[in-house]
Each structure stands twice: as structure tokens, then as C-alpha cells.
Design a protein around this ligand. Structure first.
Ligand SMILES: *[C@@H]1O[C@H](CO)[C@@H](O)[C@H](O)[C@H]1NC(C)=O
Ligand SMILES: *[C@@H]1O[C@H](CO)[C@@H](O)[C@H](O)[C@H]1NC(C)=O
Ligand SMILES: *[C@@H]1O[C@H](CO)[C@@H](O)[C@H](O)[C@H]1NC(C)=O
Length: 434
């Protein structure tokens, strides 16, 4: 009676013209199911062996699971699963890297997916959902590590707003739901991109997602759309927007693999600092992003803020980080149900995708404060800035130039509209040249 896997699989891979129920996003794909949640316990070794099952044969792992979405859990992959993920992206698919697609979680506005170490991993592409009219789903969590979104079920009692897919015993359901239903749609789109270009690496897939996902009509009441320092439009809840399969496949066809990835420790604050009960603790780190060294990171991909902090009430903690180019990432929002007062966060890697393409050099700012009804106390014990990205990026230079020349000459409103086109144009011409 466990229908979850069957439903997810159908979204990706249901045969065309099957006369039973819809069609898979990538109907030429093949799919295998791995039974890992059908027992009362979960272990590191079960997770690790599941996500490293036949990595030379399986291209994409679609994971519609994760730590409990109860708004108070902070949990992530353990040693073996971390190793399996690292091996997956480095050695899977003949070295091009396994693609891990992750449902960002169904904890709603009371949870924060940056507290889910699977969804917030750099090695996974985490997918949130929008409902059929473009609004936020009530179960959506927000966080700065989400890369993009797809559509899932709408508000209650609207029979047309569910996700149609294969069900047990040859049946069809019109009611698949949650970010569980969103992630497999993304897995299907990535399968189409691989069908168009088998040479794509795991990082190419993330770049393509950033560049081709769309704002369209996606709208969240709380989090507005913003542009980062290189003009890429993002949203704290939807990531870079809804996946556009057509645009992704088109761009995938002529895609040139992104340059080598480097890792730089941008700096670290290790002296304990008190977070005041009212107001906030503001810290800065100035970094050259390892310029002049072999591992210089000039164009950002992922940024991690590894943080150790304790608090009399963990759920009332609020953490933001602002990049040298002025992009603010909300690393942790309030989680009203999280009343932990002992553990806090221990070297937790908060991740943001919002500074994608930016220049990492300059001053980063971290702001920590308490939001909630009662005054709280806490101590920040570590903030280490981890920068990941490339020394050269063929397309970003052009995007920045376009953006800055537009900024200099045009009014803001016009700019906002024209920018998308400019970004798209410059990307197209560069890709064609390559
Ligand atoms: C298939 O779906 C139909 C209609 O909802 C239902 O009556 C039937 O029991 C289902 N069959 C099985 C085996 O679940
Ligand atoms: C946090 O850590 C500091 C320094 O180690 C300690 O004095 C304080 O009691 C801790 N607070 C909580 C809430 O654990
Ligand atoms: C973090 O950013 C949010 C959204 O802009 C803001 O409401 C909040 O006050 C900020 N918190 C801190 C500690 O700066």
C-alpha cells in the first residue's frame, strides 16, 4: 500500500500514449525504484547505499524524502551518506557526476529548509513547489539553498489542482502532492537535458537551472523577487523560478562545460560573540577570495557559512548574510516550534545559492538576531565563510557588463523589464560562439 515511489516514478517516466494516466516528463527515460523507507528505522548505511546504487548506470537520483518536517529538526547526511554524495558527484556517471534532486520539504512557513542538510547540500539540486496559479503552496518551506521550483498540488478541495500520475495496481491518481511531487518533475526535466546533451556535468545542470528558470507569475506574499549582483533574479522561496524544460533543453544542446571548480576559505571568526536579546550582532569578514593562489574563486557558485551558535531558544534565531555585491541571503528564519536550548547549531553549513555568479572579493556581513515574544540569549562561536566557484566563467562577464551599462543609463522600471532579455541575449550569443 506504499504508493509514494510509484507516484513519483510516473511523473518522471510514465510511457507516452499509455491510455491510463498522463505522461512522464521524460517518457523516454527508464526508472528504477529503491526501497529504503519501508522499515521503522533509518540508518546512515541504508541512505548511503541507496544514493550510491549503480552510479555508472543511474544518471539521476530523485529524492522525495528527508528529515522530519516538524519545524524543530536540524539534521543532515551523516558520514557515509556525505561520502556517498561526494563520490556520486565526483565519480558517478563516468566522472560527470550523479545528479541528486531533492524535495525541499513540506514543513510550511514554520520550517526552514536550510535546517535540512540534504536539501541544503551543494551536491543536491533542491526543488520547491508553486501551486497551479503561481502562488506559494501552504506546505512550502523557504530557504536560501533552494535552486528552483516546479508545480505541485494547489489549495485544498480543488480537484484540478492535484498532480496526476501512476498509482498502485495500474491505477491513476489525480492527487499526488507536496514537494514530493515537485522534485520528480525536476528529475524529468534534467533527464530531458541529458537526453539533449549527455556531456553535462552535475554543475552544468545547476548552471542551466539558474540561467533558464523563470519568474513568470510565481508570487510569494512574504518574499519578493530580487536581483543579485550580476542581475540574476531570485526568490527566497522559489529559488531562480520555475524550471523551463524547453529553454533548458535548448541551452543544453550547445552548452560548453563550465570551468574547473575551486574552493576557498574566505575567512573565519572564532572569538565568541554575544547575540543581544534585542537588536543584533553584526560581524564582517573581508576576503580576497584566495586571489593570487591556486584556489582563487572569482565567480561564485555556492557559498556556505559554517556556523556554531547556541541560544536559549534556537527557533527564535534569525541569521542573514550579505555579500560584497550587496545580496542579502536569509540563512535562517524563525522556527516557532523549535525550542531547543542545548544543542544550537554545531558547525552547521548554511548554504546560499543567491550570490551565484557574483565576485566573492570584499566584505561579507553576518547579522544575527532574535525574533520572538520573549527575550533570548545566545553566543556565536564560529562563522567560517566557504566560497565555491570558478576562476573564469564564459558567460558571466557578459551578463555583468550588460547589467552595469543598463544600470548606468536607464530608469529602474525599464531596467527590470529589459534585463531579462539582455541576460538571455548575451547568453545566447556567447553560447553560439562557443
Ligand atoms: C483503482 O481506482 C479505483 C477508482 O478510484 C478504485 O475504485 C479501485 O479500488 C482502485 N484499485 C485498486 C486496486 O486500488
Ligand atoms: C552558550 O555558550 C556559552 C559559552 O560557551 C555559555 O556560557 C552559555 O551558557 C551557552 N548558552 C546556552 C543557551 O547554551
Ligand atoms: C534578516 O532579513 C529579514 C528580511 O529582510 C529581516 O526582516 C530581519 O530583520 C533580518 N534579521 C537580521 C538579524 O538582520
Amino acid at each position: 500500500f506504499q504508493s509514494h515511489g510509484t507516484r513519483c516514478a510516473g511523473e518522471v517516466s510514465a510511457a507516452a500514449n499509455n491510455n491510463i494516466c498522463g505522461v512522464g516528463v521524460a517518457y523516454n527515460s527508464k526508472v528504477a525504484g529503491i526501497r529504503m523507507l519501508d522499515q521503522p528505522f533509518m540508518t546512515d548505511i541504508i541512505e548511503a547505499s541507496s544514493i550510491s546504487h549503480m552510479p555508472q548506470l543511474i544518471d539521476i537520483y530523485s529524492a522525495s524524502w528527508g528529515p522530519t518536517d516538524n519545524g524543530k529538526t536540524v539534521d543532515g547526511p551523516r558520514e557515509l551518506t556525505l561520502q556517498a554524495m561526494a563520490d556520486g558527484v565526483n565519480k558517478g556517471r563516468g566522472g560527470k557526476g550523479s545528479i541528486y534532486v531533492w524535495a525541499s520539504g513540506d514543513g510550511g512557513s514554520y520550517d526552514d529548509c536550510n535546517c535540512d542538510g540534504y536539501a541544503s547540500s551543494m551536491w543536491t539540486i533542491s526543488i520547491n513547489s508553486a501551486i497551479n496559479d503561481g502562488r506559494t503552496a501552504l506546505y512550502d518551506e523557504s530557504c536560501s539553498s533552494t535552486l528552483a521550483s516546479t508545480f505541485s498540488n494547489g489549495r485544498k478541495r480543488n480537484p484540478e489542482a492535484g498532480v496526476a500520475t501512476t498509482d498502485l495496481y495500474g491505477n491513476c491518481t489525480l492527487r499526488h502532492s507536496g514537494t514530493s511531487a515537485a522534485a520528480p518533475e525536476a528529475a524529468g526535466v534534467f533527464a530531458l537535458a541529458l537526453e539533449a546533451n549527455l556531456g553535462l556535468t552535475w554543475r552544468d545542470m545547476q548552471h542551466l537551472t539558474v540561467l533558464t528558470s523563470k519568474r513568470n507569475q510565481l508570487h510569494d506574499e512574504v518574499h519578493q523577487w530580487r536581483r543579485n549582483g550580476v542581475g540574476l533574479e531570485f526568490n527566497h522561496l522559489f529559488g531562480y523560478g520555475v524550471l523551463d524544460a524547453g529553454a533548458m533543453v535548448k541551452m543544453a544542446k550547445d552548452w560548453k562545460t563550465v570551468p574547473e571548480r575551486f574552493h576557498c576559505v574566505g575567512g573565519s571568526v572564532q572569538d565568541p560573540e554575544k547575540i543581544p536579546p534585542t537588536g543584533k550582532l553584526v560581524l564582517t569578514l573581508t576576503t580576497d577570495a584566495c586571489e593570487g593562489k591556486e584556489n582563487f574563486v572569482r565567480y561564485l557558485e555556492h557559498v556556505q557559512a559554517v556556523i556554531t551558535v547556541n541560544a536559549t531558544r534556537r527557533g527564535d534565531l534569525n541569521i542573514n548574510m550579505t555579500s560584497p555585491m550587496g545580496t542579502k541571503s536569509i540563512l535562517l528564519s524563525r522556527r516557532p516550534r523549535d525550542d531547543d536550548s542545548k544543542v544550537g547549531f554545531d558547525k552547521w553549513p548554511f548554504m546560499t545559492t543567491h550570490t551565484w555568479g557574483e565576485d566573492a572579493r570584499g566584505t561579507w556581513t553576518l547579522e544575527l538576531g532574535f525574533v520572538g515574544s520573549a527575550p533570548q540569549k545566545g553566543v556565536l562561536k564560529e562563522w567560517t565563510l566557504m566560497l565555491h566557484g570558478t576562476q573564469s566563467a564564459p558567460y558571466i562577464d557578459q551578463v555583468v557588463r550588460d547589467y552595469q551599462s543598463k544600470l548606468a543609463m536607464s530608469k529602474k522600471e525599464e531596467l527590470e523589464e529589459e534585463l531579462d532579455e539582455a541576460v538571455e541575449r548575451s547568453l545566447k550569443s556567447i553560447l553560439r560562439e562557443n
